[in-house]
Structures are given as structure tokens and as C-alpha cells.
Design a protein around this ligand. Structure first.
Ligand code: HEC
Length: 156
């Protein structure tokens, strides 16, 4: 689970670094085109909580912010934080604990959380350490993720 999540995140980074070029392989003739890949239906923006849940499931938040068990993240305590189950091989700035973000972090407004996911600072101004990825979501996605995470019960 962790592996696939991180690999996915890295793949995304790789993809975003590519720019389409004219030299791309010519499109295959229609008759030989591969069957379209089946993907989960993207919940539409009218239901921000459902869309936020989907976005959280594909962006890997659970890999770090939900306690890991041998069978995957402990979804009964989704996004309630905990020590990371992995560490870097080389010395680097590193935060070994992912804080609880379920119900939004204590003292954060929804607007502050949305701004943070859009690439803004933490409300406290304290820089966020790796391995927290620097997300730069668009406004609609950041608001949907905020709506979903705000709907989750806080850690007790
Ligand atoms: C690879 C691990 C990892 C992933 C994936 C990850 N985070 Fe984090 N996140 C962290 C760690 C570790 C911190 C603590 C950083 C620090 O203490 O400086 C953190 C901090 C945060 C904070 C600041 C909380 C606070 O109280 O200051 C927010 C908000 C947050 N993450 C949201 C998210 C969201 C939303 C996602 C998914 C879209 C996500 N994170 C994905 C590891 C991760």
C-alpha cells in the first residue's frame, strides 16, 4: 500500500515534468487502438465530499496520515495521524510523525486548509518538512479535499 502510493506520487512527479512534443509516436489506427483503461468514475464537483474522498484516495494522504496495519491503512481512524512506518536512507530534513488532519488540524479554518493544499504556508508560518509533499491543487480540488477531511471525526 505504502509502496504503491509513493510510487504513484513519484510517477505523477515524473509525468508533470514531461511536456508534450511533436515527436510523440503517431496515433495508432483506430482499428488497432487498445481497449480504453477502466478507471473509477471521478465524482463530480457538485458533491465536494465524495470528490474529496476520491482525491484523498489517489493522492496518498492515507499512506502517511493514517496508521498503517499489516493489511493497509487503519481506515477506522482515517487521517488521525501517527508515526511514519518508513524513514529515509540518507540524512535529510524529515518529520517522523504525520499529524492528525481528520476534522482539520486544531485551530485551522477551512480557508486556511484549502490555501495550504494550494501551495500556501501553514497558518503558523512554520515550514512543513518532508516527506509531506508540496501539493499545488487547483481551487476546486483543494476545496473538495478540505470538505472531505473536515467531515472526518477528529482523533480522540
Ligand atoms: C509521504 C507522507 C505524506 C503524505 C503522502 C501526505 N502527508 Fe501531510 N504530512 C506528512 C508529515 C510527515 C507532516 C508533518 C510535517 C511537519 O511536521 O513539518 C505532514 C503535515 C501535513 C499538514 C500540516 C498539519 C499541521 O497540523 O501542521 C497537513 C494539513 C497535511 N499534511 C495534509 C496532507 C494531505 C491533505 C495529504 C494528501 C493530499 C497529505 N498531507 C499527504 C506526511 C505526508
Amino acid at each position: 500500500m505504502i509502496k504503491s502510493g509513493l510510487a504513484g506520487a513519484l510517477a505523477l512527479v515524473g509525468l508533470s515534468a514531461c511536456t508534450p512534443t511533436e515527436s510523440a509516436a503517431p496515433a495508432a489506427p483506430a482499428a488497432e487502438a487498445a481497449a480504453p483503461v477502466e478507471v473509477a468514475e471521478l465524482p463530480v464537483a457538485e458533491d465536494p465530499v465524495a470528490r474529496g474522498q476520491y482525491l484523498v484516495s489517489i493522492t496518498g494522504c492515507h499512506d502517511c496520515h493514517t496508521a498503517m496495519t499489516p493489511t493497509g491503512p487503519d481506515m477506522a481512524h482515517a487521517l488521525q495521524g501517527g508515526p511514519l512506518p518508513f524513514a529515509p536512507l540518507a540524512e535529510m530534513p524529515w518529520a517522523p510523525i504525520a499529524p492528525s488532519i481528520a476534522g482539520l488540524p486544531e485551530g485551522w479554518t477551512e480557508a486556511e486548509f484549502t490555501a495550504f493544499l494550494s501551495g500556501g504556508p501553514r497558518p503558523s508560518g512554520v515550514p512543513v518538512l518532508p516527506p509531506m509533499p508540496p501539493y499545488a491543487m487547483n481551487d476546486a480540488d483543494a476545496k473538495a479535499v478540505t470538505a472531505y477531511i473536515a467531515s472526518l471525526p477528529r482523533a480522540e
